[in-house]
Design a protein around this ligand. Structure first.
Ligand code: ZN
Ligand code: ZN
Length: 686
């Protein structure tokens, strides 16, 4: 190789040497040489930009393009292609939009190859709107265009759109290839769309797509996610070639289906057959054990894994911990925490962050915060996690102040940070603060708000009772409003008794997620409160006709390391008479203290007395009463509920906390409520 750089090389020789350096990975020399060329031609620009991207420096590649723009040099198709790849690799949406504009400006709008690259680029930047526009502009679309747009939807968390694109592709007579199939099947998995998944399977059989191991693994996964375990097993068994991905998929399948024994058997088979395990195999089996409540086996696997020479990585821990976020496994979480302390890391940022999240989700915000303070180093994810922990516990002010601390310590916030702090603002009615943060996103931090951020803002306005503004916000969103945006509005319409907007939001929601019982129930609640009995029963009829079942409310509470579950009107549990008596007594004291049962929350059309009786039997009240009867000197109890806490129970528990003198923490489906001294941390706003 050249030891000294020649100066004043003729351009064609310069290009040759740049290529040699670039291919050998010596980017520094390639760049030095590039800089000596006074007027590099387009090919030379392309080679150096490509080289940066290929060797993992896409940001450099993008900034080189900026230099080219400054010099007013007109790019050609190949050059634009390499910059598009660089933008994709660096997920630089801001620059991506510029490339797209340049492509149109210089007449490449209808170009198929460049168009496909732009769709892929937007997909990697998670900006489906951009990809959609490029896609629509292409006069001819090939299988790569369709595959890229479907992959883009997947990346943007829109699996429904991906499946729709796939069906449309078929209608347009374009045949999918194995890449299309293995990227569309995960969409079916995510949607649990067995019927589309089966159609694709049928297509694969009819067209003899053959023994593509990626496609087959994706099929196993799809059937597993749709809980069609027999089919998953069948596909797995007929595979002539099985890679580790398909083994992991079938094991996960059995775990998902609650068949722990089969899963563990298969895992043992893998070991005896000498299949080369990977980290994902261990994570699958450990995660599966945890999800099925088998903490002990999970911990055994953790040690076996190490005996066999595998180091648990942060994925192991992050796989383990989300499974600990219910009361049942808080203890499991603590065991793993102890294990982590004794055996390996505490330097590991990701794992510690996962623990912070676990504690927060288990209701122990204090422990979460202590752990966060102990971290020797904190990245954007760690900060965002702590901010989000405060948000879910309703401490908007604390979330906001942490956010500013984060900015002051010069940690760059990411999209997740903004979601975390905005949702904190929404839970504490900090509308102005939220607005100013939202506007700062693209202006100061170059982060384009995505659907989730827009939903947060809708939530901010909704919770503050500014329903019209929330609706305006939805109407003016540049992205498709998601179910969570409409859901926020609908929930607020219940609290603020706005029938018109409630109907409107519900109409959208019933289209987007027709199978979610919550939407029907809230709409029906709104209508009942407005005494529109007829319309309310129509809503409930629609729900029945569509075969949507209401999820029964249930609550659970931990007493002496055992978890007790309660459903409304539960008479079967131990101490049921005692609970009734206790609630009766408490009810009288509460009435003296000023509590008024709020019968709005009973949806049966019965007379007053019976309504009050039904209120007494809500699962969260039963769980709270049981917790108090079995306090054994503890100063707080934690109750988890699968649905939103009802308004009457909320006000009752405030009184109970005060009369009994305990702290009661209730986690409902949306957030945490800390009840103390007659007040709740949510300030009656949830
Ligand atoms: Zn209730
Ligand atoms: Zn509350």
């Amino acid at each position: 190789m050249l030891s000294k750089l020649p100066s004043n090389l003729p351009p064609h020789l310069g290009l040759k040497f740049i290529k040699i350096y670039a291919n050998s990975g010596d980017l520094r020399r390639a760049r030095q040489l590039f800089d000596t060329i006074s007027e590099p031609d387009l090919r030379t620009w392309t080679v150096i930009i490509d080289a940066y991207t290929k060797h993992g420096f896409p940001k450099e590649a993008v900034s080189l393009y900026a230099e080219l723009q400054k010099k007013n040099i007109q790019p050609d198709k190949l050059l634009l292609l390499s910059v598009a790849k660089a933008c994709a690799a660096s997920s630089d949406l801001y620059k991506a939009k510029e490339i797209n504009e340049d492509a149109i400006k210089f007449g490449f709008g209808p170009d198929l190859i460049l168009g496909n690259a732009l769709i892929d680029m937007y997909g990697k930047c998670r900006y489906s709107e951009g990809a959609k526009r490029v896609f629509a502009r292409l006069p001819v679309k090939d299988v790569i265009s369709w595959t890229s747009i479907a992959a883009c939807y997947m990346n943007c968390g829109l699996p429904g759109e991906a499946v729709r694109a796939f069906h449309e592709m078929g209608l347009n007579g374009v045949r999918p290839n194995p890449v299309t199939l293995s990227s569309i099947l995960p969409a079916c998995s995510e949607l649990k769309d067995l019927s589309s998944g089966r159609q694709i399977h049928g297509f694969i059989i009819r067209n003899e797509v053959g023994d593509n191991v990626f496609v087959n693994s994706a099929l196993v996964n799809m059937y597993a996610s749709c809980l069609s375990i027999k089919k998953a097993q069948l596909v797995f068994e007929t595979m002539s070639q099985r890679d580790i991905v398909s083994w992991n998929a079938i094991i996960t399948a059995h775990f998902l289906n609650g068949e722990c024994e089969n899963a563990l058997c298969l895992f043992q088979q893998m070991i005896t057959e000498g299949i080369k395990l990977d980290g994902a195999s261990w994570n699958a089996v450990i995660g599966g054990c945890m999800q099925n409540g088998r903490t002990k086996e999970a911990l055994q696997m953790l040690s076996q894994m190490q005996v066999l020479g595998f180091r648990p990585n942060q994925i192991t821990i992050t796989t383990l911990l989300p499974a600990c976020t219910s009361l049942e496994s808080l203890r499991g979480g603590k065991e793993i925490h102890g294990y982590a302390f004794r055996h390996w890391f505490f330097e590991d940022l990701t794992a510690t962050t996962a623990l912070v999240l676990t504690y927060a989700k288990c209701g122990d915000l204090e422990l979460a915060h202590r752990l966060f303070n102990m971290m020797p180093r904190r990245d954007a994810v760690a900060w965002s996690t702590m901010i989000s922990a405060h948000s879910m516990h309703g401490n908007g002010d604390e979330a906001l102040s942490l956010f500013h601390k984060m900015l002051n310590s010069r940690i760059k916030p990411n999209a997740m940070t903004f979601t975390a702090v905005l949702s904190g603002c929404s839970h504490s009615r900090l509308v102005d603060e939220a607005l100013s943060i939202f506007h700062s996103m693209s202006r100061d931090h170059l982060i384009e708000p995505d659907a989730e951020h827009y939903s947060c803002m809708v939530d901010v306005f909704s919770r503050a009772g500014r329903l019209e503004e929330a609706y305006d916000f939805i109407k003016n969103m540049p992205v498709q409003p998601s179910a969570s945006a409409w859901g926020a509005l609908l929930g607020a319409c219940r609290v603020y008794k706005n029938v018109d907007l409630g109907r409107l939001a519900a109409k959208q929601l019933l289209q987007i997620e027709p199978k979610n019982p919550g939407n029907y129930v809230i709409l029906s609640n709104i209508l009942v409160t407005a005494k529109l009995w007829g319309e309310a029963s129509e809503t409930r009829k629609l729900m029945r006709d569509r075969g949507v079942k209401k999820i029964p409310g249930s609550s659970w509470v931990q007493v002496r390391n055992k978890v007790y579950t309660f459903v409304a009107g539960d008479k079967k549990i131990d101490q049921s008479d005692e609970i009734d008596r206790f609630l009766d007594e408490l009810g009288q004291k509460m009435r003296v203290a000023g509590y008024m049962p709020n019968t709005e929350f009973v949806l049966q059309d019965v007379d007053q007395e019976e309504k009050e009786d039904l209120l007494c039997n809500h699962s969260e009240k039963l769980a709270v009463a049981f917790g108090i009867l079995n306090l054994n000197g503890a100063s707080s109890i934690r109750v988890f509920k699968n649905l939103r806490i009802c308004g009457d129970c909320h006000s009752a528990i405030k009184f109970i906390a005060k009369i009994v003198g305990v702290q009661i923490i209730v986690r409902d489906s949306l957030r945490f409520h800390h009840f103390k001294d007659g007040f709740c941390s949510c300030r009656d706003f949830w």
